[in-house]
Design a protein around this ligand. Structure first.
Ligand code: HEM
Length: 438
């Protein structure tokens, strides 16, 4: 968490609003035109600075060894966007990433984006909807999809030879119903914040600045609510989601499961691979099941989050326990039995999921009772980080997609895989080491 920058010019987006409003009024009162008032506002932006004074005002560090938004305790809201690159010029991509990085750093500190010069058609420095709002722990996490390296057989930016082996083409999994409109992308930008407007604002600024170079391909919002400060949030099925994760405070576990080390290209060192899946839940069906059946499906108790046969949320699941009839207490095809490291040759991923809620849609379910009609388009924006997707998500989900009881109630409708480069030293830009080495 950043401390207030004492002694430096102080102006949060919130205080900016009050001061800018005053300036416009003063300029108007003094008989100056709107232009003069706008110039006065522009002058303020150069020292626009945040002053965290309570937890909602807290900011997360932007520069560093790793990108924010990976180990950062999950914020309440996310706005994820995948972009397609539309330029043919490598310099355009570099300049955009340079501009994106600088704007992201400013916004993470609660400042305005200061877009000027990025796109000749954009005359404002910031679209303004986050003026007056605190930094809200904003993080912006960038990722590179396969299309940055080569697309349709074309090496558009001279990067084809640098595509990491781990950035594989995702296999098609059992039951996948991925739709084009929610899948893929050459770049990913995930903003997370404790305020939905701050998260949206961040991606909107980057999209606006980049419109000649990259365009939004798909986007997805998400949210979580923690019942208490250190409590596990519940997903829309009503279960605690995030209990069994490798500990983000354990550097050994992070080095083993999340961060790319010497086993990847240098520019990925300190980075990670993100798998995102938009997973619709058949809630109308789920809500008609008994709690006991739901618990058998997940392998955990709904209320406490404890593994079946256990008492407390963080008890280790006893996979060998049987009931009086000799049946396993945690069923063979329960979600957690298929997910645990013991059953996946030790594979672990860092899950950082959000719920999503996109209203209702006409749907025909693929499992009994084969409901048809208006159903919620709501579910899980499953997001996980790992050192290598081949030994992380793909390893675990290959089996899960075939045998998990949960599959009857969920459908994967979109997603992507992106290489999130290592963190950025102050003044640098995202992916700099990639472009300098290729
Ligand atoms: C809508 C879809 C999903 C729902 C509702 C869901 C829900 C849950 C819940 C409630 C738990 C138990 C609590 C916890 O440890 O967090 C869990 C655990 C887990 N899930 Fe999922 N999950 C979904 C999709 C996936 C997918 C696609 C994967 C892919 C790899 C996955 C991997 C895991 C893993 C690895 C665990 C931890 C297992 C353990 O170590 O105990 N989940 N999930």
């Amino acid at each position: 968490m950043n401390k207030p920058d004492e002694g430096k010019p102080n102006l949060s987006r919130r205080r900016f609003l009050a001061r800018a409003g005053g300036l416009v009024a003063a300029a108007a009162g003094a008989g100056l035109g709107v232009r003069a008032a706008t110039d006065a506002i522009a002058a303020i932006k150069s020292d626009d600075r945040s002053t965290p004074d309570n937890t909602r005002n807290a900011s997360e560090p932007f520069w560093g060894q790793h990108q924010g938004g990976i180990l950062t305790p999950s914020q309440g809201h996310t706005y994820f966007a995948a972009f397609d690159l539309v330029t043919t010029k490598r310099d355009d991509v570099v300049n955009m990433l340079r501009g994106w990085t600088a704007a992201a750093a400013r916004m993470a500190g609660g400042q305005s984006a200061n877009l000027v010069g990025q796109d000749p058609d954009v005359s404002q420095t910031d679209t303004g909807e986050a003026l007056g709002l605190p930094p809200a722990r904003l993080t912006i996490t960038f990722g590179f999809g396969a299309g940055l390296f080569a697309k349709d057989g074309k090496d558009r930016y001279g990067l084809a030879a640098s595509r990491p082996e781990a950035l594989v083409d995702m296999p098609k999994f059992n039951g996948d119903q991925l739709v084009e409109a929610h899948t893929g992308g050459d770049l990913s930008v995930q903003a997370c914040a404790d305020d939905p407007q701050v998260a949206f604002h961040a991606v909107r600024q980057l999209a606006l600045a980049a419109s000649y170079v990259a365009q939004v391909r798909w986007a997805q919002t998400g949210f979580i609510t923690r019942p208490g400060p250190n409590e596990t949030p519940r997903n829309l099925m009503g279960f605690k989601d995030g209990t069994s994760n490798p500990s983000v405070t354990d550097p050994n576990a992070m080095g083993k499961f999340v961060w790319v080390g010497g086993n990847g290209p240098d520019w990925m060192r300190g980075g990670s691979y993100v798998v995102i899946r938009r997973i619709r839940m058949a809630l109308e069906h789920w809500d008609r099941l008994t709690v006991a059946f739901q618990e058998q499906t997940v392998g955990r108790q709904k209320s406490s989050g404890a593994p079946l046969g256990g008492k407390r949320e963080f008890d280790s699941p006893d996979l060998k326990a049987t009931d009086k009839d000799g049946n396993p207490v945690i069923p063979e095809n329960a979600h957690i039995r298929l997910g645990v490291a013991e059953n996946n040759d030790g594979a672990r991923i860092l899950r950082r999921p959000y719920s999503y809620n996109d209203g209702v849609n006409f749907n025909a379910e693929r499992w009994p009772p084969w409901r048809q009609g208006m159903e919620y388009d709501a579910g899980l924006l499953f997001i996980c980080y790992q050192q290598d997707p081949r030994t992380g998500f793909i390893k675990i989900f290959d089996k899960m997609s075939k045998f998990d009881m949960l599959n009857q109630f969920v459908t994967h409708t979109g997603g992507g895989l992106f290489a999130c480069p290592g963190g950025i030293a102050e003044g640098g830009f995202i992916g700099q080491r990639l472009f300098e080495s290729a």
